[in-house]
Design a protein around this ligand. Structure first.
Ligand SMILES: Cc1cc2nc3c(=O)[nH]c(=O)nc-3n(C[C@H](O)[C@H](O)[C@H](O)COP(=O)(O)O)c2cc1C
Length: 360
C-alpha cells in the first residue's frame, strides 16, 4: 500500500514493529478512554467555511516563540525512537529540517541531544523531565544550551508514569543495544531489564522522576537558564494562570497522548479554557489526536498558535525512516493547505474562532 494519509501510516507501521514496541507507541493508560477521546473530539467540531474568498495562494508560514516555521505543525517529543528505525531521533531531526519545521527532542531519546542537534536542519526545543537529583536536569539544560536548542519544554503531567497496561503485560523494556542516550553509562540509562508485570520505563520513572515537583520547579528552571521555558501537559485555566505566574513563555495543552491520567478530557476540549485564561499573554500550542489537516485547522481556530504531532512521526519512521517521517509531515501540510482553501482561510495567522462550532 502506498500511504496517502496518516491512518495508512499507522496501519503500515504495525506491520513493521514488533508487538511490544507497537504497544508502547500506540497505547495509552488505563482503559485508554482519553487516548480514544483525543481523536474522537475533533469529529465533534464542525467547520464554518467561508466561500468566494481568494484562496489562489495559501500562507502556512508562522512563528513559534519568534522562530519561523513553514507550517503550524511541529514534532512532539517522543521517547525511544530507535525502536522505530535504527537512526531514531536523528532521522526525525532530518525530516523536521527538510520540512522546515521544529522538533522537540525528548529527554528519553535513544540518541544524544548533541547527535540530534548535529543532524537538525531546523530549530529544536528540548523536552525536560525534572529528576529527584536536579543536577541531572541542570546538566541536560547546559548541554541543550550549548547545542543550540532554542527553548526548554518542561513536562508537567508526569510526576509518576501513567498505568500503561499494555507495557505491564509485555514487561516492556528496551533491547539491550539501546539506551537512554542522554545519560551515557549511568545505571539508570539502562532500561533493558524485563521484570514480570512491570514496564522497565515505569521502574525508571519511579526511581528518577521527582513526584514532589511543584511550581517552584518551574521557577527554579526559569532561574537557571535564559532559554524560554514552555510547560507541557496543562489542561485547566487554573494551571495555565499558575504557569504564567511562574514565568512560562509558552504552554502546550496536552494529556501526553492519553498516556498519563486516563479520564481527562481530549486536549482539544481543554484548549479553549486555557486560551481564555491566558488572554494572549503567552503562545499556546496543543497536541494529541491530530491526524488530519482539518484537525490542525480546528486547533488553530480554537486559538492554538501551532500543533504538535507525536505518534504519526513514529509511524513514518517505522515505515520508511527519515523519508517516512518527512512524508507524514508533507501529507499533513498538503491536507492543511487544502482545508484552508476550502474554508476560505488563506492565512494561518488570520484564522479565528468564527471558523468552528461544536456539534453534539
Ligand atoms: C511513544 C511515546 C513516547 C512519548 N514520550 C514522551 C516524552 O518522552 N516526553 C514527553 O513530554 N511526552 C512524551 N510523549 C507524549 C507526546 O509528546 C505527545 O504529547 C503525544 O504523543 C501527542 O499525542 P499524539 O501521539 O496523538 O499526537 C510520548 C508519546 C508517545 C506516543
Amino acid at each position: 500500500m502506498q500511504p496517502i494519509n496518516l491512518w495508512d501510516y499507522e496501519l503500515l507501521a504495525e506491520t513493521h514493529l514488533d508487538s511490544s514496541a507497537w504497544d508502547y507507541y500506540r497505547g495509552g493508560s488505563g482503559d485508554e478512554v482519553t487516548l480514544r477521546a483525543n481523536c474522537a473530539a475533533y469529529r465533534r467540531i464542525q467547520l464554518r467555511p467561508r466561500v468566494l474568498v481568494d484562496v489562489s495562494s495559501c500562507e502556512l508560514e508562522t512563528t513559534v516563540l519568534g522562530t519561523p516555521i513553514s507550517m503550524p505543525i511541529m514534532i512532539a517529543p517522543t521517547a525511544y525512537q530507535c525502536l522505530a528505525c535504527p537512526e531514531g531521533e536523528c532521522a526525525t531531526a532530518r525530516a523536521a529540517g527538510e520540512a522546515k519545521t521544529l522538533m522537540v527532542a525528548s529527554t528519553m531519546a535513544t540518541r544524544t541531544l548533541e547527535e540530534i542537534a548535529g543532524e537538525a536542519g531546523g530549530a529544536l526545543w528540548f523536552q525536560l523531565y525534572v529528576y529527584h537529583d536536579r543536577r541531572i536536569s541542570e546538566s541536560l539544560v547546559r548541554r541543550a544550551e550549548a547545542s543550540g536548542y532554542r527553548a526548554l519544554v518542561l513536562t508537567a503531567d508526569a510526576p509518576r508514569l501513567g498505568r500503561r497496561e499494555r507495557d505491564m503485560r509485555n514487561a516492556f523494556a528496551l533491547p539491550p543495544h539501546l539506551r537512554m542516550a542522554n545519560f551515557g553509562n549511568a545505571e539508570h540509562a539502562d532500561v533493558s531489564h524485563h521484570e514480570t508485570g512491570m514496564s522497565a520505563l515505569a521502574v525508571h520513572a519511579s526511581l528518577m522522576f521527582d513526584p514532589g515537583l511543584t511550581w517552584e520547579g518551574l521557577a527554579w528552571l526559569r532561574g537557571i537558564t535564559s532559554l524560554p521555558v514552555l510547560v507541557k501537559g496543562i489542561l485547566t485555566a487554573e494551571d495555565a494562570l499558575l504557569a504564567l505566574e511562574h514565568g512560562a513563555d509558552g504552554i502546550i495543552v496536552s494529556n501526553h497522548g492519553g498516556r498519563q491520567q486516563d479520564g481527562v478530557p481530549a486536549s482539544i476540549v481543554a484548549l479553549p479554557e486555557v486560551i481564555e485564561a491566558v488572554r494572549g499573554h503567552c503562545e499556546v500550542y496543543v497536541d494529541g489526536g491530530i491526524r488530519r489537516g482539518t484537525d490542525v485547522l480546528k486547533a488553530l481556530s480554537l486559538g492554538a498558535r501551532a500543533v504538535l504531532i507525536g505518534r504519526p512521526i513514529l509511524w513514518g519512521l517505522a515505515v520508511n525512516g527519515a523519508a517516512g517521517a518527512q512524508h507524514v509531515l508533507e501529507l499533513l501540510r498538503a491536507e492543511l493547505e487544502l482545508a484552508m482553501a476550502l474554508a476560505g482561510q488563506p492565512r494561518v495567522t488570520a484564522i479565528d474562532s468564527s471558523l468552528v462550532r461544536w456539534s453534539e
